[in-house]
Design a protein around this ligand. Structure first.
Ligand code: GTP
Ligand code: ZN
Length: 214
């Protein structure tokens, strides 16, 4: 099998294009005043003085930050897959080592690591490589569970591209397990979602896993 094994070294932290096109939706979803009020309440509740110099702008900063780290709530990540190329390729494509930042929905602390996406396109339905990273970001930038994030990425590629098969692997460190709680720095959670022929054909699946591991 001929394989296209492409390493993505960099992904933009914020996709300005999407932010621009989804601007109306972001305005509809995010209530800055409410976030600012809530942050002020939290600061007071931990015994801080929200009016001291260093904290005065913090509620507004946090509101701006939430627009950035949760922008996925204001977009439908599948739409990145709307444009396809009529390339006659129906063999495996792997984009690996996609930097991943998300927020665990239980503690609202970051989890971060790498996502690897392998898919077998249907002829004439090949997506741009960057779009796979955009789909990852769109689902990651919201309060998440690693398992759900992994499945959502796989399912959207299967559905939108009508792909023959998809494999998504995510490896991440959860700050709720390192900075607090059980405190196990360095521990990694690995999740995978396998769909279509990659699920059915053990050899093809093993090949995809081996290429991701390299
Ligand atoms: N399955 C799964 N669990 C997660 C994820 N992120 C965080 N968790 C876990 O969510 C669980 C929440 O457990 P709770 O007992 O409700 O909360 P807690 O008392 O803060 O738990 P500890 O972290 O054990 O102190 C913890 O075991 C976390 O490790 C994730 O992406 N997937
Ligand atoms: Zn957590």
């Amino acid at each position: 099998m001929q394989l296209a094994d492409i390493q993505v070294k960099e992904c933009p932290q914020v996709d300005h294009r999407i932010r621009h096109s989804a601007k109306g939706e972001i305005e509809r979803v995010f209530d800055d005043a409410k976030i600012e009020h809530a942050v002020r309440m939290i600061l007071e509740a931990i015994g801080e003085d929200p009016d001291r110099e260093g904290l005065q702008e913090t509620p507004a900063r946090v509101a701006r930050m939430y627009r950035e780290i949760f922008y996925g709530l204001a977009e439908d990540p599948e739409l990145h897959l709307a444009k396809t190329f009529s390339e006659d390729h129906d063999e495996m494509v792997i984009v690996k080592d996609i930097p991943l930042y998300s927020v665990c929905e239980h503690h609202l602390l970051p989890f971060y690591g790498k996502a690897h996406v392998a898919y077998i396109p249907r002829k004439g339905n090949v997506t741009g490589l960057s779009k796979l990273a955009r789909v990852v970001d769109g689902f990651a930038r919201r309060p998440q569970l690693q398992e759900r994030l992994t499945s959502q990425i796989a399912d959207s590629i299967m559905k939108r591209l009508k792909a023959h098969g998809v494999l998504v692997v995510i490896e991440a460190e959860h700050m709720c397990m390192t900075f607090r709680g059980v405190k196990k720095p360095g521990s990694k959670t690995v999740t995978s979602a396998v769909r279509g022929v990659l699920h059915k054909h053990q050899a093809t699946r093993a090949e995809a896993f081996a290429l991701i591991k390299d």
